[in-house]
Design a protein around this ligand. Sequence first.
Ligand SMILES: CC(C)(COP(=O)(O)OP(=O)(O)OC[C@H]1O[C@@H](n2cnc3c(N)ncnc32)[C@H](O)[C@@H]1OP(=O)(O)O)[C@@H](O)C(=O)NCCC(=O)NCCS
Length: 137
Amino acid sequence: MPKKTKIKMLNKLAELHKLCFPHRPWSADEFGELKKSGCEIVASENGFIVWRNVLDESEIITIGVHPDARGAGIAIAMIGIMENEVKKVGATKIFLEVSTENTPAIKLYEKCGFVQIGKRKNYYSDGTDAILMQKEI
Ligand SMILES: CC(C)(COP(=O)(O)OP(=O)(O)OC[C@H]1O[C@@H](n2cnc3c(N)ncnc32)[C@H](O)[C@@H]1OP(=O)(O)O)[C@@H](O)C(=O)NCCC(=O)NCCS
């Protein structure tokens, strides 16, 4: 892919991330670094999902849907795409962390078949706890 196109895509991704996570936006450079470090990114103008795969385990690093496009099944669809992709490379489990305060995301993950397997106290910079969730695939 031409470098200019890649930079444009990463900038668009950063803009969308800011709409989804206004209090902790990631820059285009950070997304570039994630990609370089081996993360997979699936993104459109309405949403993105980033994951990392190590042997038989995958981790959802982040997921977001444009505020105007929520409630239409986009997040479920993106998790479905991820599941198919990681199965192809031998993953049998997917992990993620989610804030105890993030009810929409917790409901989303439960609907996708994730179950709570632990809790991390004061995980986020604002002092909130994280729930550790897992799905066997
Ligand atoms: C969480 C998020 C990704 C969901 O995206 P979405 O495309 O709207 O989700 P979907 O339409 O695929 O919803 C799937 C299920 O998730 C749950 N859900 C989604 N939004 C919800 C809400 N606001 N309240 C309660 N449950 C919700 C529901 O179970 C829903 O199924 P249903 O519509 O049949 O009830 C989106 O709200 C978002 O981008 N939030 C900000 C970023 C974020 O918090 N990401 C997760 C970080 S861990």
